[in-house]
Ligand binder design. Structure first.
Ligand SMILES: Cc1cc2nc3c(=O)[nH]c(=O)nc-3n(C[C@H](O)[C@H](O)[C@H](O)COP(=O)(O)O)c2cc1C
Length: 279
């Protein structure tokens, strides 16, 4: 067993605490647009689901959200996956330019609008996507193809609970890039990055509940294994996993509507996507 310095958390908390002299003038202009990683040269897949209307009320989603540990492995449509990514981290507003560039805002809040997070998605049996590893580009609402071929077995070896996510259709890893917030906020920026991750993951969990999909947030993983599995750089840290997928609990997809796809007799976007041949 490794030994741990018991005071390290208290030390970090103290060193990342604000004292009055640090901010002599109140106010902190949130006019940044934040960072975003991209993988130039990789293939890109357009996602549906941008701006999707999720019809379940927030109250009902709050009341029904549970951590789900059983996924059927049945095929998930691309539209609910796109809707989940948009609802958690997609661009939800572009402000008119206040300086040189337009300012973007995402679906979950971020300290200083710096967006120190990236989403990497491992897929399994999702319509329109080969099983593999993808990176979500929120600005274009596209997936960048990073690796083709299932990595769910390696994922099981990287999580403390092993195969609990083996049948999940999509496993989103929230990856932190602490330099983005620490450059502005110092040690406090690390706290902010973790808080951002919680907001984002909660959006994912609630949106999944509202789409009648299962979601399981996981903090118990081997950091080094997950880092290697996702082929991350040294300044990128896996923070949190959220497994998503069909649970077989009477799911129909009727909770998601996209303008132009609704109407009498429409079978719902999930079924439509699921009926498409796999690439
Ligand atoms: C930060 C965090 C880490 C978690 N890590 C795990 C995990 O590693 N494995 C797991 O099965 N559940 C994990 N969970 C899910 C919790 O066990 C679950 O939220 C809790 O039992 C309450 O149940 P509920 O989500 O259905 O309300 C985690 C939840 C949070 C918020």
């Amino acid at each position: 067993m490794p030994t741990y310095e018991p005071d390290i958390a208290a030390l970090f908390h103290r060193h990342s605490s604000y004292v009055e002299e640090m901010w002599p003038e109140s106010g902190d202009a949130d006019d940044d647009t934040g960072g975003a990683t991209t993988y130039p040269g990789t293939a890109r897949i357009d996602l549906p689901g941008q701006g999707a209307r999720i019809e379940m009320s927030l109250g009902e989603a709050l009341a029904t959200r549970r951590s789900v540990r059983h996924f059927t492995g049945d095929r998930l449509g691309l539209e609910p996956l796109g809707a989940l990514l948009w609802a958690s981290f997609g661009v939800s507003m572009r402000e008119p330019p206040s300086r040189d560039e337009p300012v973007e805002r995402r679906a979950s809040p971020s300290a200083g609008g710096l967006y120190p997070l990236e989403l990497h998605v491992l897929t399994r049996n999702t319509a329109g996507l080969a099983d593999g590893l993808y990176h979500y580009d929120p600005r274009s609402h596209q997936l960048e193809v990073r690796h083709v071929g299932s990595r769910h077995d390696e994922l099981a070896a990287a999580t403390l609970q092993g195969p609990v996510l083996s049948a999940a259709n999509a496993v989103v890893t929230v990856v932190g890039v602490p330099g983005r917030t620490m450059a502005k906020y110092g040690q406090r920026g690390y706290r902010f990055m973790l808080l951002d991750a919680g907001h984002l993951a909660q959006n994912l969990c609630l949106a999944a509940a509202a789409l009648e999909l299962g979601a399981l947030p996981i903090g118990g993983f081997y950091d080094g294994r997950l880092h290697r599995l996702l082929e991350l750089e040294s300044g990128e840290l896996p923070l949190y996993l959220v497994g998503l997928g069909l649970t077989g609990l009477g799911l129909t997809g009727r909770r998601l509507s996209t303008p132009g796809l609704t109407g009498p007799g429409h079978t719902g976007p999930w079924q439509r996507a699921a009926a498409e041949p796999q690439p």
